[in-house]
Design a protein around this ligand. Structure first.
Ligand code: DGJ
Length: 760
């Protein structure tokens, strides 16, 4: 059993393959958090906590004569403001009777087989036998607020999911001001590093998403979050607590990943006692929810996982878990079509003839799907008009989308379409017909971004309208793929459909509407591949991955910039979820020119596709397209199902980036290296592989070197090791060196294969 209750010491223990999570119901009804760490079987771990009298840390009434017992110091399983715990609370609330906060005490618990679900929200799922659920109910006697803590224990996957349900069993309404799903207290001194922790998080901006940053925890509270109405380019919801001595292949790492795409918030507090509290879930400061008597509120899920084996292992746990238990699209196991997207080639400036020519050129290169991006609908000639009018612009596309779709299908290609359902331009018939459908504060001019407004997705009639429009588009035009964009953040969080006291619910109701629409469309059209996008990767999160198996990683398609963006993203999210394309050079965002092969190697580390005009390719580039298409398909399984290894780590102090995909059984490794800064008189690039079978023998089956000038005509970088046989141990422990490569951003791709040969 993954979950056990031990009646004698009143402990509840959750076991995953390598971890133990334990809590204890104290005599006062407080639920204490005892332990989350490496697996320890058959032990009550309450001895870990030393009680000390701590000045200015108060006591519950029952413990008024036991000053060493304070809710401000005790590790608590879940804590609310107002109960004598001054650390960052997981719950903040106020009842209509004026009662602030809650004093949560144990009521009951239940252990069931299977994984709980959260109505209207994305959440991890399990097949029979893969998960168990603990439901732990706490309540505040004064207000009648009940908090049900949900734990999904995925033993084999080594993951615990957390969620919380809030029920008002009292007589007065209760306003939830903060309703987090996860509270995790890590007591002082526990953990192999003696309790010193770093925080690894993914910050960024548009065109530079998910930059990894590792900082030492300081005393006080560090907050990661978004108040933009989207999980954001700026602070991705995924974060990792790393023991200060943890690295890529060693040490304690705890991953926290909200399964939510709206305003989120994670607070990490290092407190007076040297203990750490993590509180994570739905965003606090732009959120409140009115719970009338009898109502309940489901807070979004947070995935929790840990390892004592370093960041690499944590990455593998997250990748496997998202692939297996979060991404639900049937497309996750299918080969994604090799696509070409029209955006960088044409923006909104096209007509049917131009698109067809684009498709024909692409078909001749072996590309399988044309995606018609922004500009095909309404009065859309630039980004100032037309959003909301999801019918074809007849001036550009006479007869609508159908003739174009037919012609593209006639070329043996698939046809994909861009939409931005959540948005509207003032200059559109949708806005002229339904001006009240947008989020806008009465009496104030709306905050504009990209000259567009945001639809009130919390309104069921808006969602129903969008469902009709998009499902008709798909059906009538045989659409094979939808790119679902969202190009601004939300500012005017006021809904004309809600009373004043519910206005703080707008952002969450918005997300529930987006999820409802995505849920319906993706269920109804399982054969359509959905790619999520929000001005690049502004909503790259586990919530979106539940519905859409891939997400456009960034509007920055420069190969060198993408190295950091994709490496940062892949700390938590699987490689196969990252939309990545080869674009034209000089790159539209940076002006940089990189070799074609370098761009292809980087884009192969994602869903792969093109973002250029094939008519502008030289003969040599056309040859390269064919070569890289073939390589992408040949290595598709290795990249999408193999294990991903960062060979140069996350703190890219070196002037090259290297990473590898290794088949699960260790029999094949595809090694990639890109030189990001050229130096004179260098001595090559040393790499240690990982994930191979130490005793097995390997040969260098292939090596491709791109964009490298031969300094004296005698070699072209790479390895001069043809014919050598290595052991897995030699490649992993001693490593190997690639010779220096000259040129702007040269790259190498090497394939090692296990062999029976002694020598070659
Ligand atoms: C932002 C996306 O990230 C781009 O790829 C493109 O679809 C534009 N929007 C279109 O407006």
């Amino acid at each position: 059993m993954a979950i056990n209750y031990h009646a004698e010491d009143r402990t509840i223990t959750l076991h995953t393959r390598s971890s133990t999570y334990q809590m204890q119901i104290a005599g006062t009804g407080h639920v204490l958090h005892l332990y989350y760490g490496h697996r320890v079987d058959g032990m009550c771990l309450d001895y870990l906590h030393i009680l000390t009298d701590c000045g200015f840390s108060p006591n519950s009434y029952e413990n008024r004569l036991r000053r060493e017992v304070s809710p401000d110091i005790l590790p608590l399983e879940y804590s609310a403001a107002g109960c004598g715990d001054y650390r960052v609370p997981a719950l903040e609330c106020m009842s209509d009777a004026g009662l602030v906060g809650a004093d949560l005490r144990y009521v009951r618990h239940e252990i069931t087989d299977g994984k709980y679900a959260l109505p209207g929200l994305p959440a991890a799922f399990a097949e029979a036998g893969e998960a168990q659920t603990l439901s732990l109910i706490l309540a505040d006697a004064a207000t009648g607020l009940e908090v049900e803590l949900l734990y999904g224990v995925f033993e084999a996957a080594d993951v615990i999911t957390r969620a919380a349900v809030f029920r008002n069993n009292g007589d007065a309404a209760i306003r939830l001001d903060r309703a987090s799903s996860l509270c995790l207290d890590i007591p002082f001194g526990t953990g192999p590093s003696g309790g010193c922790w770093d925080l690894l998080h993914l910050h960024g901006r548009h065109c530079m998403e998910r930059m990894p940053e590792r900082v030492r925890l300081m005393h006080g509270i560090q907050t990661l979050g978004s108040r933009r109405g989207a999980s954001s380019h700026h602070n991705n919801p995924f974060a990792v607590l790393m023991a200060s001595d943890a690295g890529e292949t060693c040490g304690e790492c705890i991953g926290i990943m909200p399964v939510y795409s709206g305003n989120h918030r994670t607070d990490i507090e290092l407190n007076q006692a040297g203990s750490v509290r993590v509180v994570s879930g739905i965003g606090g400061d732009l959120f409140a929810w009115q719970l009338d008597p009898g109502d309940c509120f489901f807070a979004p899920e947070v995935i929790l996982c840990r390892t004592g084996e370093g960041l690499e292992r944590l990455t593998h746990l997250c990748h496997d878990f998202l692939n297996r238990h979060v991404i639900r699209s049937p497309w996750k196991d299918k080969k994604r079509p090799l696509l070409i997207n029209s955006w960088e080639a044409m923006t909104c400036d096209f007509n049917a003839e131009k698109v067809l020519k684009f498709a024909e050129e692409a078909a001749a290169l072996g590309i399988e799907m044309v995606v018609l991006d922004d500009g095909w609908f309404g009065a859309r000639d630039d980004d100032n008009a037309g959003l909301g009018d999801w019918f074809a612009n007849e001036r550009k596309l006479p007869g609508g989308l159908k003739p174009l779709s037919d012609a593209i299908h006639g070329l043996g290609m698939k046809f994909g379409l861009w939409v931005e359902p959540e948005m509207v331009n003032e200059d559109s018939s949708l806005y002229r017909t339904h001006p009240d459908w947008v989020l806008a504060v009465p009496g104030r001019k709306p905050v504009m971004a990209r000259n567009q407004l945001v639809l009130d997705m919390g309104r069921s009639e808006v969602v129903a309208y969008l469902y009709d429009v998009i499902s008709t588009l798909i059906q009538e035009n045989g659409i094979d793929y939808i790119k679902w964009d969202m190009n601004r953040n939300i500012a005017d969080t006021f809904s004309a459909a809600l009373p004043p006291h519910r206005q703080m619910e707008v952002s969450h109701r918005y997300m529930l509407g987006v999820y409802a629409l995505l849920d319906r469309l993706t269920r109804e059209f399982p054969e359509v591949l959905f790619e999520n996008c929000a001005g690049g990767g502004g909503r790259f999160d586990a919530g979106m991955l539940y519905y859409t198996p891939q997400i456009w990683c960034s509007d920055d398609t420069d190969a060198i910039e993408r190295l950091t963006i994709q490496m940062g993203t892949a700390v938590g999210y699987p490689v196969g979820t990252m939309g990545a394309h080869v674009s034209a050079c000089p790159n539209q965002q940076t002006g940089r020119t990189t070799p074609f092969g370098t761009r292809a190697i980087v884009a192969m580390s994602g869903t792969f596709g093109y973002e250029l005009d094939p008519a502008h390719l030289s003969e040599e580039e056309r040859r390269q397209v064919r070569v890289w298409n073939e390589r992408y398909y040949r290595f598709y399984d290795l990249i999408h199902r193999g294990k991903y290894y960062r060979l140069t780590g996350i703190d890219r102090q070196v002037d090259y980036a290297a990473w590898a995909y290794v088949r699960e059984d260790g029999s094949q490794a595809l090694v990639n290296l890109v030189v990001t800064r050229a130096h004179a008189n260098t001595h090559g690039f040393h790499i240690h592989l990982r994930g191979l079978n130490a005793q097995a023998r390997y040969r260098l089956a292939e090596q491709v070197i791109e964009g490298c000038e031969a300094p004296d005509g005698t070699y072209l970088g790479g390895m001069d090791l043809t014919g050598r046989v290595f052991t897995g141990a030699s490649l992993m422990i001693a490593g190997f060196t690639l010779r220096p490569m000259r040129g702007d951003a040269p790259a190498a791709q090497l394939l090692f294969e296990q062999t029976d040969a002694e020598e070659m």
